[in-house]
Structures are given as structure tokens and as C-alpha cells.
Design a binder for this molecule. Sequence first.
Ligand code: FES
Length: 650
Amino acid sequence: MATTYSVKFDVAQKVVEVPAGTMITVAAEKAGIEINQPCGGQGRCGQCAVQVTSGNVRRRSTMRLSAEDVEAGFAIACQTTVEGDLTVVVPPQEKIQQHLTTGQSAADVSVPSGYDYLKDQTVQRIQITLKEPTMEDQTSDWARLKTALLHETGLSDITIPLAVLQNLPAVLREGEWKLSPVLFIEKGIESGGVGEVIDLIPGLIENDVPLWGAAVDIGTTTVKVMLVDLISGEPKGQASEYNAQIARGEDVISRIIFAGKGEGDKTLRSLVLESINELLERACRRGRSCPDKIYKIIMAGNSTMMHLLLQIPPSSIRLAPYITVANYLPVLNALEAGLMTHPTGKVICLPGVASYVGSDISAGVLSSGMSETEKITLFLDVGTNGEMVLGSKEWLVTCACSAGPAFEGAGVLHGMRATTGAIDEVWINEETKEATWRVIGEGRPKGLCGSALISLLAELLMTGVINKSGRFDYTLDTKRVRKGSHGGEYVVSWADENEINEDIIITEVDIDNLMRAKAAIFAGFSVLGDSVGMPLESVEQVLIGGGFGQYINVEKAVQIGLLPDMPWERFQFLGNTSLKGAYLALLDLKCRQEISDIANRMTYIELSADNRFFDAFTSAMFLPHTDMTLFPSVKIGGINNGLLSKIKMV
Ligand code: FES
């Protein structure tokens, strides 16, 4: 029998018994203790460090620890195994902020003009009055209902799942043979198709009583839910929250790695379901409904999120030749999908294109209108990944670049998400090199969110604090530029003026990470343009979707070479295009078919196999770019008026 050891965690004063060789993170999980694992337990980030105050461990890696740390008993929990009875001190975990505070998640939608519930909607509630059975008419309950339904709807066939059939006798008799069945009519909505009874409600329910559906956008960072009355088409409540999977990896690669370990896939599935179910509850409270009255859910998200939601092994997404298990997923009922909505309600995952271009992008292309326009359009969604589509109604090419989560504040020393306490805009005085900033919410700053990083990088460049290679000018007469333990750094906020009591800085390593991220995105544009023989100047409009776009300053994003240099009138921020696309697909089967068509039509370019990408990336590893002719409006040292760009918000 394997030797077991006891592990005592200080936080919960809890002791668990585990076999020798168990990873400390696994033992912690068994004890019900949360240890954040931002890199998915790869030993890269060092954020899961704990202190072993007694007992034997084996450290597989100490990469992020100094000799003194190891001496003091610190260990990387995801890389250290239990080899004796242990006492472990878990440092306070930075809690994922419970509520999003910036409001940037609410999708601003209005009911599409011409929406017709009876013609467009695949979930229909109808009223049926049946004749009571008699000794002369001994037709079974289901045959009686089915005949009436076929007559009423003109469908060629109707099925009923067992769970609904089991309720039939009670509903018929409770409603005295009057009832309102809810049908899912997937094929042939107008006539002649096949329907399924997904619920039976006693009595005759009028159409002024809402019929509920929900659109869901599963982002790597944030999950958003919109509750919709399918009859009027109106959104009645929205809610959004961080994806609870974040504690098990901040980006898709970390999550895929986590999913491959032990029961990691199960854990990730239940975490995202926890997020979705909680948000459905919240949206229902706002919309005066309850989740078990929701009959149809449309899901959009990147391919990894979809795999993890359905516990489909995602490992092939990250390994060459980088393929998904499926881009088109079957229609499920809520019970098998794990949702708390009506158990026989339908869950429809929208189709994606490839491993790194998921249904959030196919839905986004539909809602952005680019698949309908003659104009050459660049659609961009920068989140934890950078996905982009170039084209018009005639053609669409797409690619994704692993920009990394730098613009979401991760991988940057004082980076943070765009929530209370985050600096979201920075200005540097050209003469004195002093910084001023703006903070989200009331109070003192805690760190720098993505929009601040873009603005800071641009200001550092334009005021000559850093050069085109991102290196600091130490000859400047300012205390803000100095050499620290991470190399060169610039102090944005002094310890005595912020919440964290240490200087908030940006280091040369951070700048390097940001430059890599922006270079990857710009190289993506270049390869897309190149693949269709089209220079970026011919792009007539740039549509930016996703949370990233909402608060960034286009002028500064151009100055650092993140966005192509073109007149500001060509940029439009569209907000959450993925959720909007899911909403449209929820209402209208034609929109859903159009999303499938878009996913089919998009030509996917795999950048990791494209030499042009590597060349374009190398050229873009300067601020703004090696080739300044691509950025004619950027005059380093010439403009620094700190004006916010005027951007059309749609
Ligand atoms: S090093 Fe353990 S989770 Fe990143």
C-alpha cells in the first residue's frame, strides 16, 4: 500500500491525508483550500508559492524562488510533492474581484427591426384545448396531444422526451385538458418540419407572459449572460462576472494544460458552469424570472472555452497541427449541458472556425455587419488572444495570434484587470517627465490595466523616456527613471500616493512583454493583408469588438504600433460583439444559419506555420515599427498633446 502523509494547512487548520508524491496543489484542493494557479500549474508564474514550515517535500522546480526563499521553506505548490507529514502556510490569495465594476460588459442591443416571434423563433409556446377521453374515445394522452399539435402547427412530426412525457398526465388533468406546450422547432420552422415538446404547462398561457431564453458569451476572462423574452425579443436582464476558471490558468494554454492533469477537465467544467449558473440567476433576478423557466440558450466563446464547457479534451488545440475536436457542436438539453435552466430546454453552441478562432468571432462577424458590407473591413477582437478577420461580404480571411494577456494586465509586474483601483490612463509631462493618471472608481491606485499600459507606453515613447527599442534614457533629469531589481524602470505612482504602499512601476521586462503582444497583433494584420494581396491602407473601416476595445485610446494605440495608422474616423468600437451575435442567433434561426455560413466561409490562416508572420513580428518589435512609413502620423517628440481620440462608439 502506498505510504500516506498528513498535510496540515494553516489557513483552515485543516489536515488531509494524501499519498506520498501528491502535489501540494492537489492536497490543498482536497482540503478545500483555493490556491490561485495563474499559469495553470506549469511552474512558470511562481504565484502558487506556499511556505512549508515542517516536513519533507520534493521540489521539481524552484525557478521563481531565490535561495533565501527555499531556505525559508518556500515551495512552488504546483511543482512540489509531499514526501512526509507537512505543515504548510498558504499566503493570502488575491481574491478574484467578485463583481466587475467598470460596466464595460453590458452589451447594448436593441430588438432587430422586423423580429417576428412566430416566424423567426424556434421555441414556441402554443395553446391547446383537448377533448377529454371517454369510454368511446380511449386514445392515449400522448396520441391525443400529438394529433392536436400536428393539426395546430402544420409540422410533419413531433417528438416528446421521456422526462416531459412523465409529466403529461398530471398537466392534462390539472389544466382540465387545456394546456400550453412549449415546442422546439428546429427544422422547418414555418411548416412541415419536425418539432419536440420541451415542456408542458397546464392552462392556456397568453403571449403577454414572457417566454425565456438566454445568450451567453464565455470569455477566457469574463462570462456574460443576457436574459431575453423570446416573444418580444427584448433583453430583460444582463450580468457578467470573471470566469471562475481564472484561478486555474489565466490564458487558454494554461487552462488546456490544467485540463490535462488528473481531473482538471472536470474541475474546469464545473467552474465555468458555476459562473454561468450564477449569472443566469443574477440576470433572472433583474428580469423577474427564474432560471428553470429558460428554454433556449445560445453559447458563444472561443474554441477552448467550448471544449472545456462540454468537457471535450482540448489538448489537440495546443499541439501541432492545432486542431479542435469539433467546430460544430451538437444541440444539447440543459440537463446534459449541466445548466440549471429548464432541464429539457435547448443549449446551442455556435460554430467556430478553428482552434484559435472560435464562435465568439463568427458571432462577432455577424453582429458587426462585416459579412454584409461592400467595404473592406478589418474586424479585431483583442482579449487574452488577438483574433482578427479581414474581408467584406464577398470574402473573409481570419487568423489569431497569441498576443498573451499583457493587455489585460497579466504578465506585467503591476498589471491588473480593469477594475476598481486600476489606473486606466496615464499622461507624462514632456518637460519634467512627471506622470499624472486617472483611476477607475474612487480611491488610490493599485496597478495598471490594459488601457493604461497602452497609454503609458505611448507617453514614454513620445516624451523620449524610452527609445524605439523600449530602452530607458538614464540621462534624463528625473527620479522616475531608475535601475531596479528588474532592470530599467519608470515610477508611475509613488508608494505614499497609492494603495499598495510600494512604487507602481513599469519595467523594461514589462515593456518587452507589451511590445511582443503588440507586435504579434500587428504582424497578424500584415499577414492577413498579405494573404489577399492587400495593403493595410485599403482597409476602409476597422471594427473593434470585445472588452479590450472599449476604453482604449486609438491615438495612443497607433503611436505604439498596436493599431494601423489610419484616420480615426475609420475606427469603430462595437462593444461585446460575441454576446450581440449570440443574442441575434437566439432570436432568429436565420441569424444562426448565417453564423454557420460565416464560420464556413472564413479562410483560416495558421500563423505558427507562416514565415511571413515571423518576419512581420520581428519588424514590429519596435515602437511603433521598424518601417516608419507605415506610421506617417506618428512623430516621436513632435506630438504629445494628451488629447483623447475622438472615437465613434456604436
Ligand atoms: S507556478 Fe504554480 S501555478 Fe504558476
